[in-house]
Design a protein around this ligand. Structure first.
Ligand code: FE2
Length: 374
């Protein structure tokens, strides 16, 4: 355990201070329809738009927001170029994990100096609402980090975007902020990316799970959680491990056709209300067998919630030294069995639900078997 002084020392020597997640950009086949799904099913609010009507010729981007979570949904308007290539190869997926920083140029220089491959040279974008400086570096697969410096900007989202105010609006579902974003990388690649986050980004390894912890009868994986200096950003990194049958990570890699983002975890302060609402709006969740709840309270101790709604909704509970957490996972949100979401409520616990891995992975494997991929 680090002392406060050690944490303060780490923050002062942090060469890449990050304030939080700025946005997550998905490249999708049809951003207009995807935007409607995230509004109607997840309760995101329309925020901004960029496309031909705003002078952008090659794409249409819809920006949605719920509290601190901002999603950008981008589709190409022509078959040429990187966006179309990304959608052709990967299906719908996460292109950019954008980080909110105070200095986009320094973030670029410090990471590139340490070995990051440039994606976007620092650039200043301006409109009548002010200016934003952005830069970017390449990650696993075709995924990138974009650094966003927006201290001199007052517009809806970024220069070039206009406020988007359609007549259709839905109530939010209580989603508050991005808790963590998980990467799936290839065989024997996890430690390479752990090293990347340590050396290039100045992150540290919080927790590790080996293939003995995360294994079922059939498939296995290994995972290490990387966190930045102030702990606001957490990126677990998974790689497949040998099991009797195909690892769920391998199924992802086969369908995504490369490494990429596996899931985005979004936090709520009331998981029962949030998941009840999401379920009613048609969001599909993984279900664990009802036997999971048989000895729940003996396993996790006293919790504030009633067990009945947790069981009805399929919400999982896990405890660590600092408290407990409640979590649930959606099914993949596009036709390929790739990206999905996690809904998480933390009651003190800072871990990731290792006690649920087995029950959860068995649920994932049942889905995998239905697809004929186990
Ligand atoms: Fe997670």
């Amino acid at each position: 355990m680090e002392t406060m002084t050690e944490i303060k020392k780490n923050i002062t020597k942090d060469f890449l201070p990050v304030n939080g997640t700025d946005y997550i950009e998905f490249y999708v086949g049809n951003s207009k329809q995807a935007a409607h799904y995230y509004q109607s099913a997840f309760g995101f609010q329309p925020l901004a738009y960029a496309g031909p009507e705003t002078g952008i010729r090659d794409r249409a981007s819809y920006v949605l927001q719920q509290h601190k979570i901002r999603l950008v949904l981008t589709s190409p308007l022509q078959p040429e170029g990187d966006i179309a290539g990304h959608v052709w190869k990967h299906g719908d997926g996460v292109k950019a994990l954008a980080l909110w920083v105070d200095d986009a140029e320094k973030s670029f220089n410090e990471t590139v100096k340490r070995g990051a491959e440039p994606y976007l040279e620092p650039v200043v974008e301006q409109d009548e609402q002010g200016e934003v400086k952005r830069s970017g570096i390449r990650l696993y697969g075709d995924t990138v980090h974009v650094f966003v410096e927006r201290k001199n900007y007052h517009g809806a989202f970024l220069p070039g975007y206009q406020p988007w105010d359609p007549h259709f609006k839905t109530k939010n579902t209580g989603l508050l902020h991005v808790d963590h974003c998980v990467a799936n990388v290839g065989w024997n690649e996890m430690n390479r990316w752990v090293k990347f986050y340590e050396e290039v980004m100045g992150f540290r390894n919080l927790i590790s799970f080996d293939d003995k912890t995360i294994t079922t009868e059939y498939s296995a994986l290994m995972s290490k959680v990387m966190s930045n200096g102030n702990g606001r950003i957490k990126f677990p990194i998974n790689e497949p491990a040998e099991g009797k049958k195909k690892s769920q990570i391998e199924e992802y890699l086969d369908y995504y056709r490369s490494e990429g983002v596996q899931h985005v975890a979004m936090a709520t302060n009331n998981i029962i209300e949030t998941v009840t609402e999401l379920h009613e709006r048609g969001v599909e969740f993984l279900k664990v067998p009802s036997t999971y709840y048989d000895h729940l309270l003996e396993r996790v101790g006293k919790i504030d919630e009633n067990a009945a709604p947790l069981k009805r909704l399929g919400i999982l509970v896990d405890r660590d030294e600092e408290g407990y957490l409640l979590q649930i996972f959606t099914k993949p949100v596009q036709v390929r069995p790739t990206v999905f979401f996690e809904i998480i409520e933390r009651k003190g616990a800072q871990s990731f639900g290792a006690g649920n891995f087995k029950a959860l992975f068995e649920a994932i494997e049942r889905e995998q078997a239905l697809r004929g991929n186990l």
